[in-house]
Design a protein around this ligand. Structure first.
Ligand code: SF4
Length: 429
């Protein structure tokens, strides 16, 4: 039954609210961005899946529920977890990169592998559901009636608040934006752009606040193929200085697609009021090879550098970085070095604070210290939104503020680069 339903159940994801690492007294909740992978556009990028557990992964191949049995042969600590992952994977989206499984999870750790921060980050578990939802799902699965199970899955997902913080309303076309299905103009100076080929990630975080989009919630699907419409809109809005390319993950796109959006900015006279191109991505630590050994990594560096040097734009990588461990592999260090040296970008870090992943001031302090050493600017700390597995990861605000203060106290001024604010989309912290 699980195998049948696994094939019927697309991936999903949920996301966070934020606050930024600084001493300021204001706290802003800002959403992290993520979206559903429309099936018709995902074909445009490399996203193959396999049932094999590869030995030496050089080309990106997504790990899905169907391939986990093979991975359990390679990492035996996974074997006792398979049933739990596959059952909870009916509700939550699952997708991993070989890099995350092989290099970020500590399979040799003492105790329950379920306590590893990167295991928690990637693998869903029934513990993410309330008791009554677990019972409902297990009872429906026991009937072996796929329609009963489908109904139960849909009801549980609906109970998990799949549209937090007014996402439906925000995504609805506004006056003058009716044809811009992948554009949000929520802040006066910043436009968010959701490229259609970027509506997936190399792996899915179990806490992503846009989880519903990864399981095919059509209400939340919005993305845009057409760069021209975006540029037309920007031409009419001289108050906009920043574009935030988001998704999913824009760095999931092949460079030839990224170029369609970036290359016009090599001309300094093209939309000259657009000064900053921001890219929200987790590819840096979910698939750092994107920036080093992928077959179009060189072309990506060239594009980024030329937009900066010829076009005179600032390119900011907004890197999702949750834990100091992510910064400790040779691959990620090589990717950071290359992005800075050859791409000419500035990398800033951001992450939600999540129980069992990074709810410890020393983890944040160590992360910020290592970021500064590697030339990454600490930027945002988010709070989890009330959606999906939020109860599983929830860190009470008072505790988050305490660990934030602890981290700030034990780091130098270079780690305290930004302010805390309160977003108009969230309750004040
Ligand atoms: S990388 Fe970002 S968009 Fe993708 S699943 Fe994680 S939180 Fe969501």
């Amino acid at each position: 039954m699980l195998a049948v339903l696994t094939t019927l159940t697309p991936a999903l994801n949920l996301g966070p609210r934020l606050f930024r690492p600084t001493r300021s007294s204001m706290v802003r909740m800002q959403e992290e961005v993520t979206i559903a992978p429309p099936k018709d556009v995902v074909d445009a990028v490399i996203d193959s899946t396999t049932n094999e557990a590869p030995q030496a992964q050089t080309r990106f191949t997504a790990v899905n529920l169907n391939s986990l049995d093979k991975w359990a042969e390679k990492f035996p600590a996974l074997e006792p977890k398979l049933k739990d992952i596959k059952m909870s994977g009916l509700i939550f989206p699952f997708k991993a990169s070989p890099y995350v499984i092989e290099e970020l999870i500590d399979w040799e750790m003492e105790g329950d592998i379920g306590d590893d921060p990167f295991y928690r980050l990637i693998f869903p578990t029934m513990g993410m559901l309330a008791a009554h939802h677990r019972e409902k799902l297990e009872a429906a699965a026991a009937t072996e009636d796929p329609f009963a199970l489908k109904d139960a899955v849909e009801e549980i997902r609906e109970d998990l608040n799949p549209h937090p913080a007014g996402q439906k309303e925000l995504n609805a076309g506004k006056k003058g934006m009716e044809d811009l299905t992948g554009v949000q103009h929520k802040y006066a100076e910043t436009v968010l752009f959701f490229a259609s080929a970027a509506q997936t990630c190399h792996a899915y975080c179990t806490y992503c606040f846009r989880w519903a989009q990864f399981i095919g919630d059509s209400d939340l699907r919005f993305a845009q193929k057409d760069a021209g419409s975006l540029f037309d809109y920007l031409a009419k809005h001289p108050e906009v200085s920043d574009i935030l390319f988001t998704g999913g993950d824009p760095m999931f796109m092949k460079t030839r697609l990224i170029k369609e959006y970036f290359e016009p900015f090599k001309d300094p006279t093209f939309l000259p009021h657009i000064k900053n191109l921001r890219i929200g991505t987790r590819a840096l630590t979910f698939w750092p090879q994107r920036f080093t050994t992928d077959d179009d990594a060189d072309a990506l560096m060239t594009t980024l550098r030329e937009v900066k040097e010829i076009g005179g734009r600032h390119i900011a990588i907004m890197a999702h970085l949750s834990h100091v461990r992510e910064l400790q592999t040779d691959k990620v260090r090589a990717a950071i070095h290359r992005l800075k040296q050859e791409g000419g970008v500035i990398i800033r870090s951001q992450s939600p604070v999540m129980r069992g992943i990074n709810d410890d001031g020393e983890i944040w302090a160590a992360k910020w210290r290592e970021e500064v050493r590697l030339g990454v600017i600490p930027y945002y700390m988010f709070m989890a939104r009330d959606t999906g597995a939020q109860a599983f990861f929830d860190v009470p605000l008072v505790r988050a503020q305490r660990l934030y203060a602890d981290a700030i106290r034990s780091t130098s001024g270079l780690c305290r680069r930004s302010e805390e604010h309160t977003s108009e989309l969230q309750s004040p912290i």
